[in-house]
Structure formats: structure tokens, C-alpha cells
Design a protein around this ligand. Structure first.
Ligand code: ZN
Length: 223
């Protein structure tokens, strides 16, 4: 009965409670439950999962010492930070190694909220969001759904015969030269590079609004 009660608790709750249990009042029910689990020699995968969390965070000694001399609040914070770091490393790894993110990684270097979401009216910012996330019908994306190899997903609007990706339409495609001159400052459009893509996609104010308007023009050709 007691074991069944323990097993329905969330592992994270139990884990963060270890420090409080061991260092707290030994007459509490939670301490008795924890002692029972230990006396039975970790009888469930659930308990092993708690131990694996500590091992994954480089905190094996916390389990070994049974929190002897460990501050419970510190333990909770240490595990939070460790899991945040591990998630962000995984996030960077996916972006760095995915063809789908070949342009995205030029301007997205930090895992954080993007300020443009608050700084541009929804009717405009939705075009930028689609463009950033490659949720569009430009050749580099549309070709996926009709089985075209990546190197054959070329722009058909201009004579440059190059891959029709976001970089091409923002900086190179001659079909949009008039709109580019209207909306994009020459400090960005001259001698385009990954660095300028990064700067342009992280601008604010009027430059940001104009970027959204330019992208709206581009996407209207691929809707
Ligand atoms: Zn083109």
C-alpha cells in the first residue's frame, strides 16, 4: 500500500523532496516512505529513474551520500540549470546539423524570445514568422513535397539559376529588385553575406517593418 502511494508520485517531486526529507523531521510520513523505498533496495524503475536524473546531471554523489550536507534548494536549482543547458545544447545541435535550418542558423543564435513578435503588428509579422520558420512555398521548401532534389530547387523568377532559398530572395533575386530598393537599406543589400542576414533579421523599428513588407511581396509570388 505504501509502495503504491510512492509510485504514483512524480519523480521530480520526489527527487526535490529528498533533501528536505532526509534533513527534515524524521517523524514525517514522507521520510518514512523514502526510508521504506531505500530499505527495499530500489524495487522499481521509477526509483532508478530518479537516480539516473542525478547521474545525468553529474550529481551522482548526491545519491551516493543520500543528500548528506546537500542544501535542498541548491539541489533543485542545480538540476534546473543542468536540464536547461542540456536542452539548449540539443537545440543548437539540431539547428547546426539540419538542412532545413541552413538559413535559420544565420540569424538565430540564442534560444530566447524574439522581440519582433512584440514590435510589429500581427498582420505584418506573420510574414516574417513564416519566412524565418521556412513555412513558405519558395522553391527550396516547395521542392520537398514534390520530390525535387535540393540542388534542383532553383529560382524560376530570375536568370541567376541558383537555389531559391530565403537568402536569394532577400538579397539576390533580380525579380524583386524594385521592392528591394524600396524596402531594404543598401547597407544590408550591398555585398550580402551571412553576417548581414543576421543583422537584418534582428533589426528593429522602421527597418523591421520594411523587412516584413518586403517579405510580404516575396511570399505573394509563392502563395
Ligand atoms: Zn531569383
Amino acid at each position: 500500500m505504501l509502495i503504491h502511494f510512492i509510485l504514483i508520485l512524480k519523480p521530480e517531486w520526489f527527487l526535490f523532496g529528498i533533501g528536505f526529507n532526509i534533513q527534515g523531521n524524521h517523524n514525517k510520513l514522507s521520510y518514512s516512505l523514502y526510508s521504506l523505498v531505500c530499505s527495499l533496495g530500489n524495487p522499481s524503475p521509477w526509483v532508478n529513474y530518479i537516480q539516473s536524473i542525478l547521474n545525468n546531471c553529474g550529481l551522482s554523489y548526491v545519491w551516493t551520500s543520500q543528500c548528506l550536507g546537500i542544501n535542498a534548494n541548491w539541489l533543485k536549482r542545480a538540476i534546473e540549470l543542468c536540464y536547461q543547458d542540456q536542452f539548449q545544447q540539443h537545440w543548437h545541435s539540431i539547428i547546426d546539423n539540419s538542412n532545413k535550418c541552413s538559413i535559420y542558423r544565420m540569424f538565430k543564435s540564442k534560444f530566447q524570445f524574439e522581440s519582433y513578435l512584440n514590435n510589429v503588428p500581427f498582420k505584418l509579422r506573420k510574414y516574417l514568422t513564416k519566412f524565418r520558420c521556412r513555412s513558405t512555398q519558395i522553391p527550396v521548401e516547395a521542392g520537398i513535397f514534390i520530390g525535387v532534389e535540393r540542388y534542383h530547387r532553383l529560382c524560376t523568377l530570375c536568370p541567376l539559376h541558383v537555389l531559391g532559398d530565403e537568402f536569394h530572395y532577400i538579397f539576390q533575386c533580380t525579380y524583386f529588385s524594385v521592392e528591394r530598393n524600396l524596402y531594404i537599406s543598401q547597407q544590408y543589400s550591398n555585398n550580402p553575406s551571412a553576417f548581414k542576414m543576421d543583422v537584418l533579421f534582428n533589426v528593429n523599428g522602421l527597418d523591421l517593418v520594411n523587412l516584413c513588407k518586403f517579405i510580404k511581396c516575396i511570399l505573394s509570388k509563392f502563395s
